[in-house]
Design a protein around this ligand. Structure first.
Ligand code: ATP
Ligand code: MG
Length: 402
């Protein structure tokens, strides 16, 4: 396994100081699957304070749990002391953690066999739980007794579904049985942790996993309404999602395709999603079933209502879901942009003040006049000059527009 020089430097320094150090978890798994690892996590027998002493730039990421982030040559790498998780009392986190000098103990606390392989550049792979064999067979299997492991941290059940979806693996039978048996425990998990896994499931491009998500009732206990929505619309949601891999807002819009924008918004806020994404998805849901703009006038009108980025995104989503090309509609959208045509009130060649100078309009009537002028400009962008627009205002005694 080829490691970036920054990772090698950290491993070497720890080794030179008499400590063990391995890369572990996702990066080893991804490498063995022939994928480029996203990031590298290091596990070491060195205690957190030693790690801090050995490296000049560090951040105390989760020092109580043994994690120190080492900043070196432009990258940040998490170095975590081997640990044994203490007693779990609330199905989500150990009351205490105990540091250990044993790599095996550290690998034993990890969730799935495929995530419990370690690698050292000179010593090679360490694989106590047949993770490599499970990788070959494409199996997600809990380390140890899966039911007990889900008692400890109930989020692991949703993580099993996430890895199965992202990697296109099967969940091993005992592990799957334990999920059905222990699903209720997930009610003890925070919305944020559930969100992180759920979003990875939704964007995985493997909507088949939703059968298991609904069937196991994993969502029922923390969010019964969301579970019911999923269960009642399973087929349609799967179908929509199968057309939207990767892009978060589009995947979410597909997931909520059978819901109105408002209800979807409530679900997403309950999942503690950020407002920007929530609003983006709500806009997609509001517009995706509306017909696309058929001419330049309608295009400008729609642009004035939802803005350029959102309209483009709506069109892309419509294309994905319907399979019908919107090339003509995109062309019109591009033309409006290329010509820099006025679509918004703020782009109008006259302001409210300009109108007040030549008329008696104010308040609501002034607003209506501006809207009418904008509509004229949507019909004919060439009319967006101060002279033409003010002439329209002054027609018919200074109050009326044509
Ligand atoms: P990704 O590529 O999505 O980051 P990952 O395997 O790196 O996947 P992380 O959530 O970053 O997943 O966790 C890193 C490692 O820590 C995992 O590979 C696993 O060994 C261990 N781990 C993470 N969460 C848990 C958990 N809830 N219970 C047990 N071990 C866990
Ligand atoms: Mg990771």
């Amino acid at each position: 396994m080829e490691l970036p020089r920054q990772v090698l430097n950290i491993l070497n320094k720890l080794n030179e100081n008499g400590r063990e150090a391995y890369v572990v978890g996702g990066c080893v798994r991804d490498f063995l699957l022939g994928k480029k690892p996203k990031d590298y996590d290091i596990a070491t027998s060195a205690l957190p304070l030693e790690v801090k002493r050995l490296f000049s730039k560090t951040v105390d990421t989760g020092i109580k749990h043994g994690t120190v982030t080492v900043l070196t040559q432009g990258v940040a790498i998490e170095v975590t002391t081997y640990r044994i998780d203490g007693k779990y009392t609330d199905n989500r986190r150990p009351e205490t953690v105990e540091f250990t000098a044993s790599l095996k103990e550290d690998l034993l606390r990890r969730d799935f066999t495929v995530n419990a392989i370690a690698y050292h550049p000179e010593l090679g792979f360490v694989d106590y739980f047949e993770g490599m064999s499970d990788l070959k067979q494409k199996i997600i299997r809990g380390v140890g007794n899966p039911a007990k492991r889900f008692d400890e941290d109930a989020l692991r059940m949703l993580r099993a579904l996430r890895f199965a979806a992202v990697l296109r693996f099967e969940i091993e039978n005992e592990t799957k049985k334990a999920i059905f048996q222990k699903a209720e425990l997930i009610k003890n998990i925070s919305a944020e942790r559930i969100r992180d896994e759920l979003l990875k499931i939704i964007t995985s491009g493997f909507p088949e996993i939703l059968n298991l998500l609904a069937g196991s009732a994993l969502l029922f206990y923390p969010m019964p309404k969301l579970h019911n929505y999923l269960e009642n619309n399973l087929e349609e949601i799967r179908k929509a999602l199968s057309k939207c891999q990767g892009e978060l807002a589009h995947c979410l819009a597909a997931f909520f395709i059978k819901s109105d924008a408002k209800t979807a918004q409530t679900f997403m806020l309950e999942l503690r999603m950020d407002k920007k994404t929530v609003n983006e998805v709500a806009t997609l849901l509001k517009w995706v079933n509306e017909p696309a703009a058929e001419d330049m006038y309608q295009t400008r009108k729609m642009l004035s209502k939802i803005g350029h980025d959102a309209l483009r995104s709506v069109y892309i989503l419509k294309e994905k879901l319907s399979g019908v090309s919107l090339a003509e509609n995109f062309k019109m959208l591009n033309t409006v942009l290329e010509n820099n045509e006025c679509c918004l009130l703020k782009d109008l060649a006259v302001s409210g003040n300009d109108i007040m100078e030549v008329s008696h309009l104010k308040g609501k009537q002034l607003g209506e006049a501006l809207e009418k002028l904008l509509d004229c400009v949507h019909k004919n962008p060439a009319e967006n000059t101060k002279e033409i627009l003010l002439r329209k205002v002054c027609n018919e005694g200074g109050f009326m527009l044509d």
